[in-house]
Structures are given as C-alpha cells and as structure tokens.
Design a protein around this ligand. Structure first.
Ligand SMILES: [Zn+2]
Length: 1074
C-alpha cells in the first residue's frame, strides 16, 4: 500500500517505518526498552493465582521482577485471572444528589449519506437504527480510501473466542446503560461502598482456626536483602562547603531525642557503602543541626555575586544540592518512633516497619506541632504529599493483600478508620482504641487475639495490617455497586489539515498501532477509535463487516453518537480491522483541506459512546478547537494585542475561557471516563481551557510543541506506552483521615471532588500525587502520636476491587527546634510549588512570587529567632534540613510558570503539570540537573553512569563544553562555541557545531563518549520514568538563550543571583528581628 507522502508526514507506510527510533540505542530493536527499564513491573498481567485458589498473590503492582512482554507476540501469558481488566461502575450505595439521570442512546441516524470523503460506495447495510427526523445525524460510510481499504470477509481469520487459557468471564454481565450511575456515596471510604466483583469466599483462604476473620497472605520472601551489586552507585556528592557543618544534602541531619537512638535514624548503608551518613548527634547544645555562613551586612549591594566583585562571599561555599547518595535502607520506624525519610530523590530501599513508605505518603514535617500557634510560628506548611500507587524499589517487599472475607476489613465503627498498627488493643484483646477518633470498639469475635506480656497482640507480626504501614484489603461486595466494567480504550485522533500535514496524525496512528499489543489481552478489553476535523468520524470495526464503516457525526453542536456496540468492540474481535485502519488514516485524509477542529464535540461524542462503561479516552490534538461544542478563540493573540491592559488580562489567559469544558469534564468524571490529551501542535491550543478535562478526570496532558515529525514520534510512542502499561487503577475514591486535633483542609491534584471529604479519580496511576493540606482543630499532646491514613478504593487492572490503606504515625511536639529538625525539604518545597502553581491563574504574578519568597523567609526567620544560639547579626543561619530552601525558592520564582516572557500555553502546561507532580520530581522541575557531557569518557565517576551535577550557574559552563540539563520532562543538550571537533565528531558525527541539525535526534555512534552519553540519558529516563524531549541548544542562537534561562543561580531579568538572593533573605530576616 504505497501512497504519496503528505508534506511533512513521516511515514504513511508502516513497513517503511519500523517504529519510532528506540530510545534505548544500546539495544536496537527493543522498543520496549523504556518499559523494560521501568522497574520490571508486572503489568497488565493476571495475578499468578486465581483469587480464592490459595494464598493470595501479591497485588499486580507487586514488584515481582518480571520483564515486559516482548513486542509482537505480546501476551503470551494466558489470562488466568478473572478478567484482564475490568472496572466497576461508580459506587452507588448512597446515591449522591445531582447524579445525572441515566442517558439512553440516541435512537439512530440517517444512514448511508455519502459525504465528500475519499471513500468508497456507501454500504448497503444501515449500521444504525433509524432516526428519520434527525437531519445532521451521523451518517455511515464504509471506510475505503482511494488507495482501497482491504475488505474483510465475514469469516475473517481473527480468533473468535478468548485466547487460550482465558477464563470465562467471572463477572455478571454489565448492567443496562444507566444503571448504577449513582454517585459514590458520601461515606465512600467512610462507610461501606460497593464496587467490583465479589472476592473469593471466606472459606477459600487458609487462615488460622482461631481467627477466621482475617486470612492473610504471608510474604513469599522475607525482607529484601540489603541491596548489593545492582544498585547504581553514584559518585559522592560535591564536597559539602566547609562553612556548612552538618550532613550534606542528601541526608537531613537529624539529631535529638525524638528520633531515638543514633542508629535508629536511618539504617546503615548496606555493604559498607561509605555514603554521606553523619554520626547523628544528640541534644540541642551546640546546635548541630544548624548551618551557618557569614554574610557581612555590607555586602548586600547589587553585584555581590559577581566573581571577583565586591562580594566577599564565595559562591562555592553556599549550599548546593549534591548528587544523590549511595543507596540506603530506610526503616520507617524504629524503637517505636517514626524515622524521618531520606530525600525523595535519593536512592533508598524501604523496610516498612509500621509506618508507610515515604513514597506513598510524606509529611512536610516529620513531627506534628501540638498547636496551631506553634505551626504558624514555625512559618512552615503542614501538608501530606500522597502518591498511593507510587512505584516501589525492586528490592522492596511487595505490599501484602489481606482478605477479611465477607466481613471486610476491621474498621473503627465511629470514624471508619481502617485497622492499622497504631490501634491499641486492650482488655485482653477484646477491645481496641481507634488512633484517629479515640473511640473504643469491641474486637470482632473472629478477629480476637490475646495480648502478650508486652501488651501487644500475640499475632501482631503475622498480620500485615497490624505491623505494616501499607496494606491492601480485598474489598467486599459492600464496596461495589455494579459489576466491574470491561476495560475500554478509546482513541480520538485529529485529522485536520494541519495535523495531517505536520505528520502528527501519522505519528499518533503509528504509536497507537504499536501499543495495541500492550493492552490487556482477553475478552474484556474493548477499543474504539474516531477521528475528527470539523466533523467527527467513528468507525464500525465489527468483524462481521466486510470493511470498517466510517460513521460521520456532522453536527458538532448537538452531538450524539453511533450505537456504542458498533464503535466500541472487543480488541480480540477487531484487531486486524484496527491495524489496517490505523495504517490507512493518514492517507485517507491526506487530501483534507479542513482547517477546523471540533475537539470539544469529539470528546463529547466519544464520551457518549463510552459512558456506560467508563474507561480511558486518549485524545491526539493538533490545533485549536474552533468549531462545535467548546469552541475556543485564539485569545492568546488577542491578549498580546491587549498587553496594555496589563497583568489582569495576562492571567485571564491562564484561566479556562468558559465553563463549557469544565462542565463536560465533571460529567466525564461521573461516568468514570479518564481523559489524556496528547497535544502535538505548532500553535496555540488554549492549554488553559483544554487541560481542565484531564485535570478533572485524573488524566494528564502531554505537550509536543513545536511538534516535529522527525524527533517527536519516539517520545509520543514512549509516553503512550508508559501511559498504558504503568501501574494504575480505575474507579478510585480516596480519603485521608487524621487523628483528633488535625483535619484535612484541602486536596490538590488531578481529580474530581463532589463532596468535601473524598476525591474521585476515574483513573490513578503510579506517577500521580495528591497534596493534602492539614489544619489544627484542637491541641495535640506533647509526645503523643498523630496518625494519618490514606484509603484508596480502586479497581486493579485485573478487575479486583481493593482498598489500599497507607498509614503514617508521627509524634507530636511542643518544641520549635524539633520541627526544624524534622522538616522535610522535598515535601516542603513540593507544597510551596503546588500552592504557587495553583494561585498563578487567579493572582497577580508579583504577589505569587512574593508569597513564595515570604514563606521561605518566615521559616528561616523563625529558626533564626527562636532556635539559633548564634547572635552575630552578620550571619545568615539556616536550619540544616532547610538549607537549600532559599535556592529552590529562588529557582521557583524564575521558573516557566512564574515568568511572563514565555508562551501562555507553556505556562498553562506547567501549571497543569505541577498539579499532579510527585515529590521526587518537584525539585528537578525548577532546579534541573545539569551534567557535563564532553568529558564523560575521560572522567572517572567511580563507576556511576551519571557524573555529579553541576550548579546551575553560567560560570560553570565552558565554551569548550557540551552539557546536558534535564528537569524530568525536557532534556536540553547545550553545545558551546569552541567545542573540540573530535568531541563533536564523536557525539554528533559532524565536525562542527554549525553542522548539527537543529531537529536533533539522539543517536549512538561507535565510540566510548557517545555510548556513555546514551547510557547517561537512559539512566535519567529510567529514574524519571519519563522519555525526555531532547532539544539541541547552541550558544549564540535562541536555543542557547533557552538553555541559559535555566541558569537560575545567575542574575537575570527575572530575578537576582543566588548570592544576591541570600543577601536579600538575610536582610529581610534582620529587619524582622529588629
Ligand atoms: Zn475512629
């Protein structure tokens, strides 16, 4: 099928284009490399054992090292689970007010109206029921491009049944459309809620005769051994500045009694890694947790940072991040105390000894202030960063699944908190006291166990729910309201003239085609596809048809859809139709002259087709939505013209244009449809308006601007693949509970919230984080424990309904100095970042910057005033745990979202990206990692793949050097003016910088330098779980300026240098002191 190549299109023919260039050049041909690198998770695979047939297997995200299926034959693993992926409908139980009434399908459509598509003759088979009086209804056309769409005989050779080994569907049939559409009950995680299928009966699990209530899966392996060989060793961090005694960054220096004995801080690094461990110190005497630098007051004048200038401060002596430390084992609790976690970005292996892993939940302060006054005095934020499905380290023990049988998990009868290691059993085990509300409950009879001499239940160590910070409970019928729905993947592709001509359509089709084999195999995986320009085109993929029918929905104002059963079809039934259709779409539309896009209407139409089941809607969009429902105007240009209107107009552009898409998004969320948008564009698309849809539905926006058909298809493919294969759950509802005295103030992230206590997540994956801010409603007792519990009710990709319960218990303190010792820099900063991003669209930018700076100053001031013993006014004294806070605050004020010189869409994307950003990625976003590339082959980095990072200051950039900078999303490769031609030859295969193509594609050449650079990039991709969009930046052109804009330690138009900023901070603190 050879067809003319549309301008700009990379490949109409799949055979000429065997797939996106592999991101992992070291293993050419392995297009799964990204996935292979991502921790070898067991994804989209059935659990090894049927529920009910024996000990419960680890959960699907159970870290059992298992490589990804290799490309084509894909799902060689027969489905043994109940279904590969099914999800129940919205939990009903207590119907929420305002639930939409059941919506029935539109009656039918005019059929067979030929439109001027390059298609074949109309089908003689009316695909829809009739809807006679509906002019403008969808019309059907067989899909047959001028190049001829291959016809399928009714007896097509697609295997009819489920694949070998597939089990019959274990669920009831889906309810009629509209049933079970009531909202999750307000008590969702508070009261029984239903969803999903019934789990195995109680008798099927082995359980102790004494305790019939709680069958428990015992861990299959003991604790993971201390990591050894496979751990990447990183080079030691840059030597800590002499003026900053205490632990280098990478390990919060903790000292003092609340943390137990010295050895209890962090378990020693295994195998004698030297690591940056500092001997912990006790007591407050010499204030070991304090960092100091001398900043003479006289040097506040501008220019202080200039090397050789009047500054007497050595820029090399100020706090800077080091490289990540050697891997350590982190025990969450020791000696009945919480251990403060290692930095979020460091390499650590967690042993859950009662508190949850910090990957799942992290508090901004690892001790809780007893009073609101103490908290406000500290100037710090109290918040939790929650990432309930975060990926764990491969060496960590899998989360254990506990099945309490029909009774369901033991819970407090008053606050509905779930049983956890901090509930106290009394009265010979007959009663237990809830650690959240303090209520005393009777222990259920079948859960009773005697207490030992230490006052603990004798079975504590055998029951994960009593000794682990994170467990998963099997949800009973009470947590389900309708049978799990099949997994639905719907692809919506822009085929407007622009999308076709830039190659975006072809890239999308190619990426989808390649990930089809990654979708869960089996009879319960459904797919659908539609294309859109100024109209919407569905495709009937039923095998019985001779050829796929194109079904056109021309009315983009009042949208309706073809019959769901025609356009959403079992993958096994339509795979061949689908593959050929994907091959043909770019050529079918190659003559298209339609410049409009009915994006909003297309999303709405796809939603109508999906609403009875829910599922994932993946939209590939190239141009601004210009017609139909939710049409937008090119207001960026208008905004530019109105620049005189000032800041007020400017930030209007960061708000959605109107409420249409938000209303639609809430409806999508109600019906459990999660939307991801892949923006492959070369122009303004009004990101602020469209991103509301993914944000409300638990989805994500991907941005490829300006789209390049040469360099972007590999990222598009890798992003789509990771989107589908990463650990994830559906139909989720989440709630955080706190001990008395503290309550949740606000949730921030990508979700839909209909009641105050719970958030609804049509989908949630391992990358998504939710910030939960906390407030006091009472005093806490000094020395007591305050607990937080996140309960996530969700459906696994195998159709199992689970409750992941994550509990963190921290001690309360009346001492300000304890709060500063226990401050968690990474989550403090993530919290500040998210609050700033959240406020940008509604507040004047200078105000947002000022708030960020003030919150940094307030914390440092509180420390200086109340905790530091040094009285010299000439010293800026920083708490060890927060010594990098000023640097990151400065970087934040210079970041894309807080600058006005960039595109409005870039800022909107940034705001949206931050909204669900995980803690480990928060700092790199504003303070990226930079490494030198030109000397990778000569420097000995002690075996580490990545050299130590370089400070983000232009004085560290040499004209002879090549540097790579990454922030978890983008990678910038900077080439200086006078780079040795031998180095250029090795890295780029050209002798001079001028000859390097601007549309750069990373390649590996046969030399050590190139190999090491590729290894470094791949290591970063692995660490970030992100395929970076690599741009080439050359000194002397705009791309070079882009690179230099990341040098946040320099003085720039958007702010002072790092040294100047420290001086400013110091002055402000002094002003406050006086
Ligand atoms: Zn309670």
């Amino acid at each position: 099928m050879v067809a003319p190549v549309p301008p700009g299109a990379p490949r109409p023919n799949n055979q000429q284009y065997p797939g996106p260039p592999n991101f992992y050049p070291g293993s050419q041909g392995n297009s799964n490399a990204l996935a292979d690198n991502m921790q070898n998770l067991s994804l989209n695979r059935p659990p090894p054992m049927m529920p009910g047939s024996g000990p419960r297997p680890p959960p699907p995200f159970g870290q059992a090292p298992q490589s990804f299926p290799q490309h084509s034959p894909a799902y060689g693993v027969p489905q043994r689970g109940p279904s590969p992926m099914s999800r129940p409908g919205p939990p009903a139980g207590l119907a929420r007010p305002g639930a939409p009434p059941p919506v029935s399908q539109p009656a039918g459509f005019l059929s067979n109206v030929p439109l001027n598509r390059p298609t074949g003759p109309p089908s003689s088979q009316p695909p829809f029921g009739s809807r006679p009086s509906m002019p403008g209804g969808p019309v059907a056309q067989p899909v047959a491009s001028s190049s001829g769409f291959p016809a399928f005989g009714p007896s097509g050779n697609v295997a009819a049944g489920p694949p070998p080994g597939a089990r019959p569907i274990a669920f009831g049939s889906p309810p009629p459309v509209g049933s079970g559409m009531s909202m999750p009950p307000s008590g969702m995680l508070g009261g029984p809620v239903s969803n999903g299928h019934q789990m195995a009966g109680s008798g099927e699990f082995p359980r102790g005769t004494q305790f019939p209530g709680g069958a428990v899966t015992t861990p299959q392996t003991p604790y993971a051994q201390p990591p050894s060989g496979p751990f990447p060793r990183t080079a030691p961090s840059m030597p800590p500045p002499a003026t900053f005694p205490g632990a280098p960054h990478g390990r919060p220096a903790v000292s003092g009694l609340p943390y137990g004995p010295p050895s209890a801080q962090v378990a020693p690094p295994p195998l004698g890694f030297p690591g940056p461990m500092q001997p912990p110190r006790y007591g407050m005497g010499p204030l070991p947790n304090q960092s100091m630098t001398n900043i003479p007051t006289a040097m506040g004048q501008p220019g202080a940072a200039a090397p050789g200038g009047p500054a007497r401060i050595d820029p090399n002596q100020i706090p800077r991040p080091g490289s990540s430390s050697s891997p350590t084992v982190f025990e969450t609790r020791q000696s009945n105390q919480a251990n403060p976690p290692p930095p979020a970005t460091s390499d650590y292996v967690v042993r859950d000894t009662g508190n949850c892993s910090p990957r799942y939940m992290r508090c901004t302060i690892n001790q809780i202030p007893c009073t609101v006054d103490l908290l406000s005095t500290s100037g710090m934020q109290l918040a939790l960063m929650v990432q309930p499905l975060a990926q764990s380290h491969p060496s960590e023990e899998p989360i254990q699944v506990v099945d309490f049988g029909e009774g369901g998990p033991v819970r407090c009868s008053r606050c509905k908190g779930y049983i956890n290691p901090f509930m106290k059993f009394i009265d010979q085990g007959r009663k237990f006291i809830c650690n959240f509300c303090g209520y005393t409950d009777e222990t259920p009879r079948d859960y009773h166990c005697n207490l030992g001499p230490d006052g603990r239940r004798r079975d504590v160590d055998e029951r994960p729910e009593l000794c682990r910070g994170t467990v998963e409970f099997v949800a009973t019928k009470e947590y389900m309201v309708r049978d799990p729905m099949p997994a639905v993947y719907f692809f919506l592709i822009d085929v407007s003239m622009n999308a076709i001509q830039t190659g975006a359509t072809a890239a999308a089709c190619n990426a989808i085609q390649q990930v089809l084999s990654d979708l869960p195999e089996g009879p319960r995986t459904f797919v659908g596809i539609a294309t859109f320009d100024s109209t919407i085109h569905f495709y009937n993929l039923k095998r019985a048809l001779q050829q796929p029918l194109m079904l056109i929905v021309p009315d983009v104002q009042d949208v309706y859809t073809p019959l769901e059963t025609d356009v959403i079809v079992q993958l096994s039934e339509c795979r061949q139709h689908l593959e050929l259709l994907l091959d043909s779409i770019p050529t079918m539309f190659q003559e298209s002259k339609t410049p409009e896009s009915a994006f909003g209407a297309a999303v709405k139409a796809a939603f109508l087709a999906m609403k009875s089941k829910g599922g994932k809607l993946m939209v590939f969009q190239s141009i601004l939505c210009s017609v139909g429902v939710g049409a937008l105007s090119s207001r960026e240009a208008e905004g530019r013209a109105n620049m005189s209107a000032g800041e007020k107009e400017a930030h209007k552009l960061l708000q959605p244009a109107d409420k249409t898409l938000k209303t639609m998004a809430i409806e999508l969320a109600e019906y459990q449809v999660c939307v991801d948008i892949f923006v492959t564009t070369q122009a303004y698309v009004d990101m602020a308006s469209i991103s509301v849809i993914p944000k409300t539905t638990g989805g994500q926006v991907y941005c490829y601007y300006p789209f390049s058909a040469l360099s972007d298809p590999p990222k598009l493919y890798n992003d789509l693949k990771w989107n589908i294969t990463r650990p994830q759950g559906f139909e989720a509802v989440m709630r955080v509970r706190c001990s008395q005295g503290i309550q949740v103030q606000e949730y921030l992230g990508n979700f839909c919230k209909r009641i105050p206590t719970d958030i609804d997540l049509p989908a949630i994956d391992c990358d998504k984080a939710v910030m939960v801010t906390l407030k006091h409603d009472d005093k806490l007792q000094d020395g007591a424990e305050c607990a937080f519990q996140c309960a996530l009710l969700y459906t696994t990709i195998f159709g199992e309904r689970r409750i992941r319960v994550t509990t963190l218990s921290l001690s309360c303190t009346n001492m300000l100095s304890n709060l500063f010792r226990a401050a968690d820099l990474d989550s403090q900063f993530a919290c500040m970042l998210k609050q700033a991003a959240n406020e940008i669209p509604s507040k004047a930018l200078p105000l947002v910057k000022e708030q960020a700076t003030n919150s940094c100053i307030n914390a440092l001031y509180a420390y200086r005033k109340f905790c530091a013993t040094v009285t010299s006014t000439g010293q800026l004294i920083l708490p060890e745990a927060l010594k990098l806070f000023p640097l990151y605050t400065l970087a934040l004020t210079k970041s894309v979202g807080l600058r006005t010189d960039g595109r409005v869409d870039d800022r909107s994307f940034w705001i949206n990206y931050v909204s669900s950003l995980s803690t480990p990625l928060a700092i790199p976003l504003v303070y990226p990692r930079m490494i030198s590339v030109h000397d990778l082959d000569v420097k000995d980095n002690e075996g580490a793949v990545l050299p130590p990072p370089i400070p983000l200051s232009s004085e560290h950039i040499s004209n002879e050097g090549v540097y790579f900078l990454e922030n978890g999303e983008d990678g910038l490769l900077y080439v200086g003016e006078s780079v040795d031609s031998d180095i250029l030859q090795k890295l780029f295969d050209v002798p001079s910088a001028a000859e390097i193509p601007n549309q750069y594609v990373l390649q590996q050449y046969d030399n050590q330098l190139s190999k090491k650079f590729n290894d470094a990039v791949n290591e970063i991709r692995r660490q970030r779980c992100s395929y970076l969009r690599i741009k080439l930046c050359k000194k002397g052109d705009p791309s070079g300026m882009l690179f230099l804009s990341y040098m946040v330690e320099d003085r720039t138009a958007s702010g002072p240098s790092y040294v100047e900023f420290l001086v400013q901070v110091h002055r402000q603190i002094q002003l406050k002191m006086n």
